[in-house]
Ligand binder design. Structure first.
Ligand SMILES: [Fe+2]
Length: 301
């Protein structure tokens, strides 16, 4: 069966200083502020109503990953499969009026995923202002204590397809209906959360501009630019004002073949196999390898 989800819908994050997070997203990434109120801010980079959502909170945490399904029937099927797996269906009301249908599921390691019908396209495609202005939000790389089980559970419930993994499932990359090499990925960690999320850039020149923009704020890149072996995408990473690791990417591999056999790769000890990790040679810093922001606390736990 085709994947039940088509693409990444949004990333929702808890932040301690909402105004600082908004200012950072506008000044560095160049996002457009759609609206702010009741401790929540919606930002986007294109005509979609929201791609990045900040919630005022006590600490930086992963709130919810939104995944866009093409039809209400797909949303319903995800809810049915979640219940069949014994997972908690947290809500069947969409989190934003800009989505007609949505179901939020708590996966076994506590990741919240909202599968929703396409986000309303009611914003201008282009807008003025500082920062880079990416094309769209692209993928999220989550952390899990047991990434093999977490990956397989999401593939069963969401219909994601495995594109690539390491032999021991320390890293796995899964694609959605749009065929991009990965929309969700998992990396092994001591706790469930998010390692990074990413924006799609239009041009490699934007990578240079990002370095220069960060420099004007006396900040720096964490890793890159380079080209990942897994996914073949260009990358660069920085840490935002709330402490989240943000990847900027371009040129990701697309996989159209529904029978594609997932690759099994060896990343080497401490991600030392540059052919998988960064084909241009520079290996990740400890800051990058160890980065982690936990999932939002579970009420009553
Ligand atoms: Fe990534």
């Amino acid at each position: 069966m085709d994947p039940l989800v088509h693409r990444l819908g949004f990333v929702a994050l808890n932040v301690k200083n909402l105004d600082a997070a908004i200012a950072d997203a506008r000044d560095v990434m160049g996002l457009s502020l759609v609206g702010q109120g009741n401790g929540r801010a919606l930002l986007t980079s294109n005509d979609r109503h929201a791609e990045l959502i900040f919630y005022q909170a006590e600490a930086s945490e992963l709130h919810t990953i939104g995944l866009e399904a093409l039809t209400p029937a797909h949303v319903g099927e995800v809810a049915r499969r979640a219940r069949a797996e014994g997972l908690e269906v947290v809500s069947e009301t969409p989190s934003l009026p800009a989505m007609e249908h949505g179901v939020t599921i708590r996966f076994s390691e506590n990741h919240l995923v909202e599968v929703h019908t396409p986000m309303l396209r009611d914003r201008p495609s282009r807008y003025s202002g500082p920062g880079i202005h990416p094309r769209y939000i692209d993928h999220a790389n989550l952390t899990a204590r047991d990434p093999a089980s977490a990956s397989e559970e999401m593939m069963r419930v969401l219909g994601l397809k495995l594109s690539e993994r390491t032999a021991g499932w320390e890293l796995s990359w899964m694609r959605a209906g749009d065929g991009r090499h990965h929309t969700l990925a998992f990396v092994k960690s001591d706790a469930a959360g998010i390692h990074h999320y990413s924006w799609e850039f239009a041009d490699f020149n934007d990578f240079k501009r990002l370095g220069d923009v960060l420099d004007t704020f006396d900040r720096k890149l964490v890793w890159g630019p380079g080209r990942h072996g897994a996914g073949d995408n260009l990358f660069v990473y920085y840490v935002d004002a709330a402490g989240f690791l943000v990847e900027c990417t371009a040129e990701m591999e697309r996989i159209a073949d529904p029978e594609f056999q997932a690759r099994v790769v060896d990343p080497g000890e401490n991600l030392s196999n540059y052919k998988v990790v960064n084909r241009w040679g520079q290996l990740p810093s400890q800051e990058w390898i160890g980065h982690f922001i936990p999932c939002m606390g579970r009420p009553g736990h």
